[in-house]
Design a protein around this ligand. Sequence first.
Ligand SMILES: Nc1ncnc2c1ncn2[C@@H]1O[C@H](COP(=O)(O)OP(=O)(O)O)[C@@H](O)[C@H]1O
Ligand SMILES: [Mg+2]
Length: 372
Amino acid sequence: MNIHIKTLILSNFRNYSYAHLEVDIRPVVLVGANGAGKTNILEAISLLTPGRGLRRASVSELDNLHNGKPWALHAEIEGLKGPANIGTGRECNGNDKRIVKIDEKTARSHTDLARIFSVLWLTPQMDTLFIEGNSERRKFLDRLVFSFDGAHATRVNAYESVMRERNRLLQMGQTDPVWLTALEKKMAEQGIAIAVARQNAAEQLNNAMNIPTHVFPKAHIVLSGAVEELLTQNSALATENGFRDSLKSSRAQDAAAGRALTGVHRTKIDVIHKEKNLPAEFCSTGEQKALLVSIVLAQAQAGALWHGNVPVMLLDEVATHLDGTRREALFTELQALGAQCWLTGTDHDVFEGLDAQVLAVDHGSIQAELFA
Ligand SMILES: Nc1ncnc2c1ncn2[C@@H]1O[C@H](COP(=O)(O)OP(=O)(O)O)[C@@H](O)[C@H]1O
Ligand SMILES: [Mg+2]
């Protein structure tokens, strides 16, 4: 059975004081007026994975402003390794720090969540993903990789932390070759692992696009950068050495720039509309949205093929913006995937034809919607 949420409890989270949800593996539809608290629920679910969630909020922003108590979430899930409990929230001592507990034990890092749970999301804020800077697309891709490879989150964190350390040393004018060499070695090790994991994920995704039943436009993802370039011509080990050498020889430039000028933190991610052979940024707004849906669906497909598990999907206001044919196709695909997907909208007529659990959201309270 695919991974899914069974119980979700929100305490002092955004506009919720307390809410308790029990759901099964079928799609969940959240219906309610603007500002009711639908996206807040999706945000809560996104915080069951590493990172800052789908709004990238700071930890204290998530506290319910009206009572100022620290927020907490509790979920019972059917996870990648079977049933599990996840607890997360702001530390009670006033710190802006998120703590994570897995099966009642405090996790060393929130990245541990990627090993037991996997969630993908698509929100209206992502509509500009193809025209925005590349770093947004890289974060998007890295999140897709988490769902193939639970260790990826840990790697990205380790890479960034060692890179910051190197930047700091270089900026302080520190030239201790032993120290810098050790950091660059670590950066290269993690960097190659990141590049390889991304390449594998992009390949899986590009292949999943070819599944013939796919009615959404096919996207093709292309990764490029200095490390990727080295990888196409060399073994992973030779690439690692090459990357390490290039870090060593660019110390002076990096010191002057205040950051590392090459590496997998600068990988370029391009998305092509395959049928049109056109970069995604040249496509219409509607086409870009359809491409995003397509990528997320392909990712879910690829997850099913790769490790037999479809991630939980959060589709915020997605159904509303698709025409009838595409909406129907989306529902058919979601149902075929057997994913627990969470969809939001202001009107439940839009979800007709989807065998879903409908929940009515109103001013921070949630009720199962009863149909006559
Ligand atoms: N930290 C917070 N504390 C209390 N209320 C909040 C907080 N952050 C957002 N809200 C409220 O939550 C509501 C927005 O919820 P949201 O889930 O985005 O609505 P929608 O149902 O339209 O998706 C707004 O009314 C907003 O004022
Ligand atoms: Mg919303």
